[in-house]
Ligand binder design. Structure first.
Ligand code: CAA
Length: 286
């Protein structure tokens, strides 16, 4: 019998977490949205109201449905608010020790049957799972940015994830209107393993003054039919997140030089140029 997911918890309400909250609540599932502080919670709430407001303005969502969506979300500071949920998705920054600490804590708080999922893009789901006493109920559920718009979800099973947990999560993806691909636990899974070498190469091209940012982006957008150019996409993903993904893939993926983060990327992150979320990255935002 397929498992019921009536209430899910989302940990971390940054770009990805807030988008994931929106996806669940839009599809009739109650969400407990958790952050570590009141300030972070307010930022998360603003991410959610901003995104749903844009959806209403663009005619993708009625004001009534937006209100119903927001009504399904409760906000809380701290993991204990997740004691009754059926599934948790963690979407905090890409640091293994942070994720392991959160999973160990969730393991003690959540019901024994609760599935614990990570939205990690590049870290090892297996290494995260062994921080718990239920590694067979730990899985990767990897959404793409912006989560409410992008259709794909990568479902990542480890060598010990129970087959019924994989099947239940696949059924859940269908309920969310997403298309899932199910893969084993390898750095970058499918999409990022292919995408990030290309994005890194674009930064190297820009760093070497070979072409302007506008021309690099125009070439890929207008010449290759992509929805946006690589530098604009880096700004959307967040340069800090992109750096962490590249660095992890480089270290986990046999030090493939395509994934060695270009020095400019690190410099921009250190200088606080994180892309859209900080107002400036390769481009400047209002
Ligand atoms: N709910 C529902 N629909 C929404 C929405 C929301 N919250 N927000 C926007 N939309 C809709 C818009 O109405 C619009 O629909 P139409 O095309 O029918 O008008 C569509 O989504 C696109 O939105 P916008 O018009 O606001 O923006 P855009 O046309 O400039 O497109 C984009 C923006 C969707 C980001 C597009 O440029 C794109 O697809 N870019 C590539 C994104 C990408 O590659 N993402 C993957 C990044 S890698 C990753 O995420 C992995 C990782 O681990 C980091």
């Amino acid at each position: 019998m397929t498992r019921e997911f009536n209430t899910v918890g989302v940990v971390g309400l940054g770009t990805m977490g807030a988008g994931i909250v929106e996806v669940f609540a839009r599809n009739g599932i109650d969400v407990v949205a958790v952050e570590i502080s009141d300030a972070a919670l307010e930022r998360g709430r603003a991410n959610l109201t901003g995104s749903t407001g844009r959806a209403v303005a663009k005619g993708k969502l009625s004001a009534e449905d937006r209100d119903a969506l927001l009504g399904r979300v409760s906000f809380a500071v701290g993991l204990p608010a997740l004691r009754d949920v059926d599934l948790v998705i963690e979407a905090v920054p890409e640091h293994l020790d942070l994720k392991q600490r959160i999973f160990a804590e969730l393991d003690g708080i959540c019901k024994p049957e609760t599935i614990l999922a990570t939205n990690t893009s590049s870290l090892s789901v297996t290494e995260i799972s062994v921080a718990t006493h239920r590694p067979n109920q730990v899985i990767g559920i990897h959404f793409f940015n912006p989560a409410p718009v992008m259709k794909l979800v990568e479902v990542v099973r480890t060598v010990v994830t129970a087959p019924e947990v994989v099947a239940d999560v696949e059924a859940l993806c269908a309920r969310l209107g997403k298309v899932d691909v199910t893969i084993n636990d390898r750095a970058g899974f499918i999409a990022n393993a292919l995408l990030f070498g290309y994005l890194n190469h674009a930064v190297a091209m820009y760093e070497s003054h070979y072409a302007t940012r506008e021309d690099i982006d125009a070439a890929m957008k207008l010449g290759c039919g992509l929805p946006m150019g690589p530098l604009a996409l880096m700004d959307l993903i967040g340069l800090d997140t992109a750096y962490e993904i590249l660095d992890t893939m480089y270290r986990r993926g046999g030090r493939d030089r395509r994934h060695a983060p270009v020095p400019l990327l690190k410099q921009m992150v250190t200088a606080g140029l994180l892309g859209r979320k900080s107002g400036r990255g390769f481009y400047t935002y209002e």
